[in-house]
Every structure is written in C-alpha cells, then in structure tokens.
Design a protein. Structure first.
Length: 579
C-alpha cells in the first residue's frame, strides 16, 4: 500500500486561489460530498493566496490561471520559491488549452483541470491522482538527491571529492575577484602512507584514512572546505585569508591534529603530513595554478624532512622555473653529448696503488657549468631517461678502461672499473644483454667490471633481480653493495645476492670518533664483511685519521677526497697512469 492510499481517511487542507466567487462555491459544493474530511481555505488574489499558503499547512492548492494581480503560472513559481513544500498543486482554467496545461506541469503543477469539469467525482479523482503524482515525484527527487550526494562525496571518508572540490575552488576564485578577499589552498599528503597498505593491507589503510579525515575536519573553521582528492591526499580551501601567517597557523593546526597516535584496532599509528600552500595571486592566478603550486610546495616540504609545510613563494617559483628549463634541456643533453664521466680512484691499502676506479656521471651544462648527479639524476628518473643515461655511462666507462689498458699495457684486473646501476636498470629484463653488449663492443674483459647496486634499489622485488645478478656473476662480472649501513642493511641480502665487495657508506666514515657506539657499529660492520670474505671499500675518506682507522680495521680499498675527488679522464690518466 502506498503512502497516498494509507492516508485516504486523514483530513486534508485545501487552498482555493480564485477571484471568481461562483467558481469557489462550485468547488466547495463538489468537495462537500467527499467521504474524506477536507478543510477549505479561500483566497481571491495571488497576494492573498501567498499569505494563506505561508500561514497554513496546505496539502492541496487549486489555482486559477487568471487572477487579478498575477497569472497562475507565475504564482506557482512564487509559491515554490518562497516555501519548500510537499503540497499538491492543481491548476484550474475556464478554457481548454493544451499548451497552458503543459506549461502548468512544467512550472511545478501536478495536474490541470477545466472548471467545466468540476464535479465531486472528477475533482476528488484529480486530487488523488495529483497527490500520487506528487508522491512519485518526491521519491524520484530523493533518489536523485542521494545520487547527487554520492557523485559529490568521497565514499570512504564522506568528505567532498576531487570533482566537487575543483568546482568549489573555481567558484571561490571567481568570487574573490569581486569581494577583494583572498583564499589559500593547503595540499596535504600523508608521509610514508604506502607502507601501511603494503604491510597491513588496504582495510587497515582505509580505516586510518577515515580517522585522518576526522582529525582534519576538527580544525576546519566555518566557511572553509576540506576534501579528499584520492589516495592519501587531502586539501583544504581556506577563505578570508589576510596574510601568509594565517595559512601557517592553519598548517600548524593540521600537523598538531595529526600528532597524537591514531588507533586502528590494536595498533597505534604515528601519522605525519607534508603540506604545500598556495595563495591566489601572482604565481597562482587560476584554480589550476593554485593546485599546481600547492602540489609543488608540498613536495618541497617533503624534501625538507617531511612533517613540515611550505608556502609557494617567489624563491620557490624561480627554482621551479629553473628546474623546468633544466628538464627541457636534459631531454636532449645526451644527444648533444653534454654528459661526461668523471673518475675517482680506489687505492689499495696494502700497495698504496690504484686498484679500482669508480665512474661517476657529470653534466657539462653549456651555461651552468659542470653539474653533480644530485642536481639532475632524480629529474632524469622522472623523465624516464635514467636507463638510457645509465647505459651510456656503462658503455663510456668500459670504453675508457679498455683504452687505458691498451695505452698503458695494463693487465686484466690490474685496474677495475665500477659503474652504478639504477633501480630501473636492475628491473630491466634486458640487463644481462645490455651489460654484455657494453663489454663486447668495448672488448673489455668482464672481470674488469664491477657493478654497484644499493639495497634501496633491490628491496621491493629482490626475487626478480637475484637471478639476473647471478647470471652476471657467472659471466665474471663483479657486484658491489653500495651505501651499506644507511638503509635496510639486511644480512639476508649479503647471502641472497652474489656480492663481491661491500662499500661502507661515507656517512659512517664522516662520523668517526663522534660517537663511540657508532664507531663500534662501524667496526663490527667491517669485521663482519671481512668474515664473509668480501672486499671492503671505505668511501668518503677525507682525513689521515679516517685513513688510519680504515687501514687498522682491514679495509681493502680507500676512496675519498683524501686521495682525490672525481676528476675527468684526462686528469685521472695524468695523475695515476702516465707515471
């Protein structure tokens, strides 16, 4: 049974808006014979009808098309605009007019009735049909509202989603052009959140995101907007911003809100966030620019140590523009032969002679001079150029060592060359063939090549990489584990991978004698590597004291500024070979 049928016997209040007394009496007479109790209210004009409608709870309206002060169509629009109502609206007219009846339905009436057809049976049937139609329209409206809500909301956190936020931001940017106020955008990215999903699963990650959303909502003031863009990214639109300090205060509140541990089940999580801030203005003059600038500032906050906020300023803008130019120039730097390889010697502690040499890339930029790899390698990875550049370094290094062997009558393994492999190169299924090609084309013996890998580059999929590395060692290529001690430092990796050499990270060497406990760790690390029969290379040695320590601990090779910084091929040749 529907709602209309269930309420058949309940009294209804009916408002007749008609300036013709005879017509009003005719309607009254028709309704008197109804079995359902009806309370009738009358109004002679549109203005009077509006007043009655606002002062009474009206179930049904019968509105004459022709009124002395307003036509019925316009009156329906006024009534619907002034008061949200579930009242059933029926338009009545003296004349049959199909266009008029359609217009009545279009503006909000639920039915149309000719005055000549008014009798008890027809009028009550029209009211019942109109009420049922109004009920169905209400059901459809509720479903549409629910669908609209779902379309505008993030299903996990119930915050507004990216689509709705972008519309909100666009409207805000338009509004402030006329009000003179300012707005700010705070781009929030949770630090290291991926580890939660990877280690504990997405269910836990989702619960954690819901808790984060609740914490963030607690710092949002009235009139501001909080949204989840997706993943672990949230954004705040702050209105009525007067100064940069105001945005700093909001960012500080966000960081403080996330500081207390978040509980999910039996696990407490310490969550931090990096926040990028942009303000509508010179550098961010559109919604799209505000999002882009806030995103750039957020990554800058991560570079500064995470759990920080950063405002997109003139300095950051200049840096961003400079990096953009550098990215464009990098795309053709290899073609223009702007990259060069520098070489740093590895000195044998027993013979004090050069035993190895590490090949290190530099960018000989036409206007900025020689750039160190820290300036451009991350950029090269983002541009998907790192594998191509890495292969060029490998080929160049092999060619150079072979040239030195021929020129100075060096025996195989009298001098070996080390080349760094990136994570992407390690993941490349063509690794063996690419290395083989570099050796064959240069005619360099595989035993003269040592490939350096880092634990961070192998940690995510060691099983996929280990067989490739074993294939390389079966070809007599050596492997060195670089930066040992700074990352995972897993003993498992020393057994899993066919490592020949272990490079003690320069940060340990630099910290020598600063902490006794750290020195003991360094000593243990070297002794452990020696126990496993690995060649130990100490990198970053800069002082005689550091050199003495490394020698006393049995390190095999020394690399660092004490002997030489990385130098070009000609200088290396003059200093170490042409003697």
């Amino acid at each position: 049974m529907n709602n209309v049928a269930a309420n058949q016997e309940l009294p209804i209040t009916l408002l007749i808006i008609d300036d013709d007394l005879v017509d009003r009496k005719s309607i009254r007479r028709a309704l008197m014979s109804s079995h359902r109790p009806i309370i009738i209210i009358e109004a002679k004009t549109g203005e009077e009808g509006i007043a009655q409608f606002e002062n009474n709870i009206v179930d049904v309206l019968l509105i004459d098309y022709r009124l002395p002060d307003i036509d019925g169509l316009a009156l329906i629009k006024v009534l619907l605009a002034r008061k949200k109502t579930d009242a059933t609206i029926i338009m009545v007219s003296q004349h049959e007019d199909e266009i008029l009846s359609l217009n009545a339905l279009n503006v909000g009436a639920h039915d149309f009735l000719l005055k000549t057809e008014v009798n008890s049976e027809r009028l009550m049937r029209t009211i019942r049909q109109a009420q049922h139609r109004q009920f169905l329209e209400g059901v459809v409206r509720e479903k549409n509202n629910a669908l609209e809500w779902l379309a505008n909301r993030d299903s996990l956190t119930q915050l507004i989603n990216r689509y709705t936020f972008e519309k909100t931001l666009k409207d805000a940017c338009t509004r402030v052009l006329f009000t003179g106020d300012n707005i700010a955008l705070l781009f929030i990215d949770l630090d290291n959140f991926k580890k939660v999903n990877d280690t504990l699963g997405h269910f836990t990650g989702d619960k954690l995101l819901q808790n984060v959303a609740t914490r963030l909502a607690s710092v949002i003031k009235d009139g501001d907007c909080l949204a989840r863009l997706g993943g672990d990214e949230f954004v705040i639109l702050a209105n009525n911003i007067d100064s940069e300090q105001q945005t700093f205060a909001i960012a500080t509140q966000v960081i403080d809100a996330l500081t207390p541990p978040l509980q999910v089940g039996n696990t407490a999580f310490s969550i931090t966030a990096s926040i990028g801030i942009s303000m509508l203005g010179e550098f961010a003059s559109s919604p799209e620019a505000m999002m882009k600038c806030a995103d750039i500032a957020m990554y800058k906050a991560k570079q500064n140590g995470r759990n920080h906020f950063c405002l997109y300023t003139d300095i950051l803008h200049q840096e961003t523009q400079s990096n953009a130019i550098l990215e464009e120039e990098m795309s053709y730097a290899l073609q223009l032969e702007q990259f060069v390889v520098y070489y740093q010697p590895q000195i044998c502690t027993k013979t004090k002679k050069v035993k190895g040499v590490e090949a290190l890339i530099r960018w000989d930029h036409p206007t900025r001079g020689v750039l160190a790899p820290g300036v451009f390698l991350d950029m090269a990875e983002e541009l998907n150029l790192i594998s191509e550049i890495g292969q060029w370094v490998l080929q160049t290094a092999c060619n150079q060592l072979k040239q030195w062997q021929l020129q100075y009558n060096l025996l195989d393994e009298e001098l070996t060359i080390s080349v760094n492999l990136s994570a992407l190169q390690l993941q490349d299924v063509r690794l063996l063939s690419l290395v083989s090609h570099a050796l064959e084309s240069s005619q360099l013996s595989p035993c003269c090549l040592e490939l350096e890998i880092t634990e961070s580059s192998i940690i995510h999929s060691p099983e996929n990489i280990v067989e490739r590395l074993h294939e390389l060692t079966r070809k007599n290529v050596k492997l060195a584990l670089d930066d040992f001690g700074t990352g995972y430092s897993s003993i498992k990796h020393l057994h899993l991978f066919p490592i020949h050499s272990l490079k003690v990270d320069k940060s340990f060497i630099a910290a020598y004698k600063q902490k006794k406990s750290q020195d003991k760790v360094l000593e243990a690390m070297i002794n452990f590597a020696k126990y496993l029969g690995l060649c130990v290379i100490a990198e970053g040695v800069e002082t005689a004291e550091q050199l003495d320590f490394c020698q006393s601990q049995g390190c095999d090779l020394i690399q660092g500024y004490y002997y030489s910084k990385p130098i070009c091929a000609a200088d290396f040749e003059a200093k170490y070979l042409a003697i």
